[in-house]
Write a protein that binds this ligand. Structure first.
Ligand code: ADP
Length: 259
């Protein structure tokens, strides 16, 4: 079996909401086992690209293949986990337990909730164990810290055993010293469970030490390569692409354990 098979292929993709193109001529391949970070300034089209890959927006021009199948025909959404932006911003009084949130990850895309068998509780606990949150099973989601809520949502995405996990700005709103712990968790899922990962992030400084590949997006794809190629990528060029100075650090300067 070829371990490097493409999980996502984006070909000649253009997209616009109204008059102006938001994504232009995007070509991108994500292979099995890759851990890809998509970086770029605000409004550069990162979320739009994720939404197109997730089938949440209709393709206008170009093509996306998921697990080798054109997106329009792709039905195996259980292979894809998604953690949306601000998945860690629950109101204190929101009436749902951690168990309920994680279990909802088993809901089919058609929105139908089947009565759940006894094994579901076991599955929820397993998913929470993967993010070291099992002791919070029956706590209310709103009582948890931002970082803890986010790990619950990662567990929600993991409960269906996805082969591809997509996270939109997962480190926003998390204490900087917890950011390293987040990347350690992602690296573990990537290496031990073989999950292919795509994240959108602003952690440009540390990213080359955390992921296997980086894509720099600003309507066009300016750069796509592995992390050592990204470290070689001209900092001046990157700064002009961002519109302000951006430093790529070549050492890991962040500390911090799990919350
Ligand atoms: P990013 O995730 O990089 O911040 P987005 O993909 O959210 O960028 O947005 C890219 C561009 O598309 C921005 O100019 C944004 O204002 C615009 N945009 C995003 N969503 C919509 C929408 N629903 N309707 C119209 N324009 C949108």
């Amino acid at each position: 079996m070829d371990d490097r098979k493409p999980i996502v292929i984006v070909k000649d993709l253009n997209y616009r909401y109204d008059r102006d193109w938001v994504l232009k001529n995007i070509q991108l391949t994500v292979n099995k086992g890759d851990f890809l970070a998509i970086v770029g300034p605000n409004g550069s089209g990162k979320s739009t690209l994720l939404k197109l890959i997730l089938g949440l927006l209709k393709i206008q021009q170009g093509e996306i293949l998921l697990f080798g199948e054109p997106l329009e025909r792709f039905r195996h959404w259980e292979k894809v986990g998604f953690v949306s932006q601000k998945a860690n911003a629950f109101n204190k009084a929101f009436p749902a337990t951690v168990f309920e949130v994680v279990r909802s990850g088993l809901t089919k895309r058609n929105g139908l909730f089947k009565p759940y068998p006894k094994t579901t509780v076991k599955k929820v606990i397993e998913a929470l164990k993967a993010v070291q949150m099992e002791e919070f099973l029956y706590r209310n989601i709103g009582e948890l810290s931002g970082g803890q809520q986010q790990r619950v949502f990662i567990a929600r995405a993991l409960i269906g055993d996805p082969e591809l996990l997509i996270l939109d700005e997962p480190t926003v709103g998390i204490d900087t010293k917890r950011v390293s712990a987040f990347y350690e968790l992602m690296q573990k899922l990537n290496r031990e469970k073989g999950i292919t990962l795509i994240i959108v992030t602003h952690d440009t400084g540390i990213i080359s030490k955390k992921v296997s590949h980086v894509a720099c997006l600003n309507k066009h794809l300016y750069f796509h390569g592995n992390s050592s190629e990204f470290e070689q990528f001209d900092q001046k060029e990157l700064s002009s692409f961002y519109g302000h100075e951006v430093k790529i650090l070549t050492h890991d300067h962040q500390e911090g354990g799990m919350e």
